[in-house]
Design a protein around this ligand. Sequence first.
Ligand SMILES: *Cc1c(COP(=O)(O)O)cnc(C)c1O
Length: 252
Amino acid sequence: MSSTESQTFAAAAFDGRIAELAENLAGLNKRIGAACHAVGRDPASVRLLPVTKFFPASDVAILHRLGCRDFGESREQEATAKVAELGELEDVRWHMIGRLQRNKARVVSRWAYAVHSVDSERLAMALDTAARSALDAGERTDPVRVLVQVSLDKDPGRGGVAPEELAALADRVAGSEGLRLAGLMAIAPLDDDPAAAFGRLATVRARLLLDHPDARELSAGMSGDLESAIEHGSSCVRVGTALMGARPITSA
Ligand SMILES: *Cc1c(COP(=O)(O)O)cnc(C)c1O
């Protein structure tokens, strides 16, 4: 191919990707609308969080053009690189949704609007220290919004604090100057009915709201189970596959 031909080819591929993402976005907004309608909720009370892990910065730029402003990433190195590449995009809010090592807290505190995966006091403390440094250094203007991840199964490998330990961790986050307790996050267990798990989550959340009435965010539901999560009060569905297509590696 000549360079003009390859430019034309690249432009056509880009247009195709725009059309594909626009169509998937419309389909998801329909699903979210129908799920809200089914249980009498206002569709505006549920946010779609596109999960862009494993997909290039150009896809984030397309979604931004299509009106998306919030993006979820789950791997620190990939996210940090993407954030740097997209520094020019306006009004973007990056959400760290994956497991976070304490030694990555400082890096993440430079770009994360919210962290959905805080599940231990040690991590909360590291993130608080990091966020206060970032605030002092002028690298951010607001505390990091924290969603405490709750475990809905007994599998420590998937992250999340046990429901019995949630109250102490939530108090700790709420008392941290660099953090703001925004709500809860959960991932449905692999081997259980998501509706049952999200039902337990709704109970845990109701209890948390008695002590922390402002912690209203509930990040729950993904491509396969967002309807059930919305039925049980989700305010944020984290969608990868149904929006972006299949990931090259699906286990992360
Ligand atoms: C990848 C990921 C998602 C998106 O999952 P899909 O099934 O592809 O929609 C949601 N939440 C977390 C924590 C993830 O890592």
